[in-house]
Design a protein around this ligand. Structure first.
Ligand SMILES: Cc1ncc(C[n+]2csc(CCOP(=O)(O)OP(=O)(O)O)c2C)c(N)n1
Length: 539
């Protein structure tokens, strides 16, 4: 008879989860000992990093990834990455060790209730009742994680379970695609055909559902204006496409104002809507018809207005294109005007940094972004047209960027990953630099060093909180020395004329590296919004 441990490795192998991201402790050692040679263990020096790299790897591969954390200790430390995976709809099968069942009642050292701690942010949280249920629970977790809306699951495993005898577990095929109801889509077709001005809002599920080409084909067929959803976790439409109109603002009234010219709006694969600042108003102008096509019944239930249709977004898009009449002549007077080139002033501005990066980067580069006050400049200046080009996180927890970039690079060795990261954001998962070096993940980390929390200062101005707030400045942090301490090649850029050579040299070289760019402090805007949107006042 095999053991729980042996059957588990067999299940993981059959499910294609042979890369394990983790941080070990005593409660995991009975699993990790003598790991089969076809498995690879990727160590994260902090659980936020281990689970965060797994998240990036799963995003790159578009398939579930196995994570092995350490007891309640890791469940806490890794929680923010689990929340990221939840909001990014990323399938992860996360396990932690638990103390030996035989004395759990006495609450020994390292025992805890990790399954309860993470429960709100996973699709399933479980501690098997019997040791021999462990492999089947992992398989069940996999099936749940891959069911739209995809997301993380969590299993806590007592450390004595691995040596128990266990029968083999059959790995099943579970087909997860859910087709949207054609009758509901026919209503959208009728609305499109009757509409005089049409907008399509694209969201991250288009990539999850492999619908990139379908979204372009639909937009071209309908000559519709296309907007990216607010605070997007992915870019899901070519940035230089003639129909692309940019991103939506993350607040009610400003967003409704952007969509005011349209009588019909179709949201494809995004929530309705992700807001940040509270600027009350309409979701869309009264009278505008809104249709919401989503693979997430959760998003459908949370939408503020409109008709939601749940199902695979790529199938829905194909259906609409096949049935709606082609439209000629765009709606829009809002043809994008070319951006003026930012000046190479001193200190370097984020806009200049990104305009130079856009000039020198390969067109298939992958951007993994975490630069709060410079988000808008990045959005305007990086013009990428390939699928899978942009990753961020739609929940505002800092620490996503570095580990996700490493995981994305490991899962995409043929495309270079660039991680523009704020000097504050860098500190929330800085140990990922070590993992990049150890795994030769060739990420180019670009630190935007403005020596403060500019986004927060911007928010203070935006909402009239005032600037008399503690904890806003970050003097005395040398990202170059930190990176070098982890074994990474790093350099500082101070003058605008040295920026382009530094970036060119980074792209020409192999291996990970960090470029710390001293930049001007952020503006008074908040995610692209200024005082004209009538922001809330917290004073
Ligand atoms: C884990 C976490 N802690 C704190 C915050 C609050 N926060 C939002 S933006 C920000 C500043 C980030 O600084 P930096 O990365 O240097 O970017 P900048 O604001 O300077 O552009 C902070 C601290 C957060 N979002 N997440």
């Amino acid at each position: 008879m095999s053991t729980v441990r042996e059957v588990t490795y067999e299940v993981l192998r059959k499910l294609g989860m042979t890369v394990i991201f983790g941080n070990p402790g005593s409660t995991e050692l009975p699993l990790l000992r003598d790991m089969p040679p076809d498995f690879k263990y990727i160590l994260g020096l902090h659980e936020r990093v281990a689970a965060g790299m797994a998240l990036g790897y799963a995003l790159a591969k578009n398939q579930p990834v196995f994570v092995n954390l350490h007891s309640i200790a890791s469940a806490g430390n890794g929680l923010s990455a689990i929340v990221d995976a939840y909001h990014n709809q990323t399938p992860l099968v996360i396990t932690t060790g638990q103390q030996d069942r035989r004395h759990l009642l006495a609450e020994p050292f390292l025992s805890g209730r990790p399954a309860e701690v993470v429960r709100p942010y996973v699709k399933w949280s479980y501690e098997p009742l019997r040791a021999e249920d462990v492999p089947a629970a992992i398989a069940r977790g996999y099936y749940l994680a891959t069911q739209p809306p995809t997301g993380p699951v969590f299993i806590s495993i007592p450390m004595d379970d691995w040596t128990h005898e266990c029968a083999p577990v059959e790995v099943r095929k579970v087909e997860q695609s859910v087709l949207p109801n054609p009758h509901a889509l026919d209503e959208v077709v009728r609305a499109i055909d009757a509409s005089r001005s049409l907008a399509i809002i694209v969201g991250s599920q288009i990539e999850q559902d492999h619908g990139w080409q379908e979204a372009i084909a639909l937009a071209e067929h309908l000559n519709a204006d296309v907007f990216q959803d607010p605070i997007p976790p992915r870019w899901t439409f070519p940035r230089t496409h003639r129909l692309f109109r940019g991103g939506l603002l993350p607040a009610q009234q400003p967003l409704a104002d952007q969509l005011a010219p349209y009588d019909t709006v179709i949201v494809l694969g995004a929530p309705i809507f992700l807001y940040y600042a509270y600027v009350p108003g309409n979701t869309v102008k009264p009278g505008t018809q809104l249709f919401h096509i989503t693979n997430s019944s959760y998003h459908a239930s949370a939408a503020l207005v409109g008709t939601s249709i749940v199902g695979n977004t790529a199938s829905a898009t194909r259906y609409l294109r096949a049935r709606a009449a082609a439209r000629h002549g765009g709606n829009s007077s809002s043809q994008a005007t070319p951006l003026p080139s930012p000046e190479p002033g001193y200190p370097i501005t984020p806009a200049y940094l990104f305009s130079v990066l856009n000039r020198v980067m390969p067109r298939d580069v992958i951007i993994c972004e975490e630069c709060p006050s410079a988000k808008g400049d990045l959005d305007r200046h990086l013009l990428l047209d390939e699928p899978g080009s942009f990753y961020s996180v739609p929940n505002g927890i800092l620490g996503f960027g570095l580990p996700a970039a490493v995981g994305l690079q490991m899962g995409n060795p043929q495309r270079r990953v660039v991680c523009p990261v704020g000097d504050g954001s860098l500190q929330y998962s800085v140990q990922a630099l070590w993992s990049a070096v150890q795994n030769n993940a060739e990420v180019i980390f670009i630190v935007l060093r403005n020596a403060d929390y500019s986004a927060l200062k911007g928010f203070c101005d935006f909402t009239q909180v005032g600037r008399n707030v503690p904890g806003m400045d970050l003097p005395g942090i040398d990202a170059v020395k930190i990176a070098e301490g982890y074994g990474m090649t790093a350099l500082e850029v101070e003058r605008p004329e040295t920026l382009e050579p530094a970036l060119r040299e980074a792209f020409a070289s192999r291996g990970p590296r960090l470029i710390s760019v001293n930049i001007a402090k952020g503006s008074q805007k908040c995610m692209g919004m200024d005082q004209s949107v009538n922001p809330p006042k917290y004073r």
